[in-house]
Design a protein around this ligand. Sequence first.
Ligand code: SER
Ligand code: ZN
Length: 496
Amino acid sequence: MRTSQPQTIYLKDYKVPAFVVDHVDLRFELFEDGARVHSLLSVRRNPDSDGAEADLELDGDSLKLESIQLDGKTLADGDYDNRGEKLVVPAVPDQFELAVVTWLEPQNNTRLEGLYKSSGMFCTQCEAQGFRCITYFPDRPDVMARFRTRVEADKSAYPVLLSNGNDVEKGDLENGRHFVTWEDPFPKPSYLFALVAGDLVEKRDSFRTMSGRDIDLRMYIEPRNAEKCDHAIDSLKRAMRWDEEVYGREYDLDIFMIVAVDDFNMGAMENKGLNIFNSSCVLASQETATDVAFQRIESIVAHEYFHNWSGNRVTCRDWFQLSLKEGFTVFRDSQFSSDMGSPTVKRIEDASMLRTAQFAEDAGPMAHPVRPESYMEITNFYTLTIYEKGCEVVGMIRTLLGEELFRKGSDLYFERHDGQAVTTDDFVRAMEDASGRDLSQFRLWYEQAGTPELTIKDEFDQGSGVYRLSIEQTIPDTPGQTHKKPQHIPFALGLI
Ligand code: SER
Ligand code: ZN
């Protein structure tokens, strides 16, 4: 149970992490009455941090600590402090290995954060801060590590054992158990970690990338859903091709997996190489789903796939930057949907959703900027403002730059920041650098909440032939923000 009071976290207090983790070696022993997690972290002090003497502080939530070793030496009770939601180890060397064993009860995890059970299968949800419910870790997106994960479970109850990356080893163990080891060559933040274990049906397909690599596509579902996968797999292949053609983005691992689970907090999750979906967002058959449901699945499958670049290869420095990956990825999935269907219909749908739901959020007590200044509970910030207004802000950059310069900007962004955890400001800077445009005033879209209101007056003087258009902009006050500055808005008009 969480015991501490929620605290307000401020963007202005951001500090680079005191320690970096180069490698994470995990071993999960899954049982009916719980799970034991063995974690081995290769840690070193961050040369970019000024905390040369800092204690090691790892996040942990609802964990039962079984043992802890530093460079192979077991630590006694007095050598560390794990009261509260941190594991603090003072006086650590500049570089070391930390081995921690924790015990969890996934079968009793009803928060659906971290490792839990749903319809007899184990699965995870780590965004935003669920990894700390699995083991002690610097659970923040700017700590990016390479993961190797070994999953062990009863072979007949859990024949399928999955994690991120490529499967590198498998075998049988005593007592009817077996294991599979997964290795993810791409450094990633802990929120993209995933594990699935269950008795699942596998559907296979493949995709040849633009450079000629063959990717194994695998979808895992409960046997009763075996006939409801085709649309998701077809959508995935269309999304993979589209991202190559429109953004020049190729898939990077050898395997791409989709899993459908019934109990899931979000619609879906873009874990590296192992996307997990709420069944309702991925399974469909002609007999039971409408056209709208088919379109929705296509766009969610594409959204999660697109995150592989906009979110995973280039990720967020901190959770204030959530719209960096979400706004941009919603923009990408809406471009994809309009290319797959009718651009006009898609634009009308998006605009009316924005006007009804996001404008209401922006006018109410929850109004917040696309890049918030503070939060108490990050899970409350998966909002229409972060996703949909964030998408519109990217769309305005695209309008201001035009298609060609926008593509130059996104190429520069992906190339410059590949493997990094960055900010919305870095995104805008890449767009500026690639285009030579000045977006300094435009940045207010990220900082100010509220929907700008325009008052437009026009007059035409027959005699002189002069047409005069005057536009006045006001932005209403929102909680904590008054006297706002005018925002840069692209404005199109035609004279007939
Ligand atoms: N990151 C997830 C998504 O955008 C959570 O909603 O799909
Ligand atoms: Zn997303």
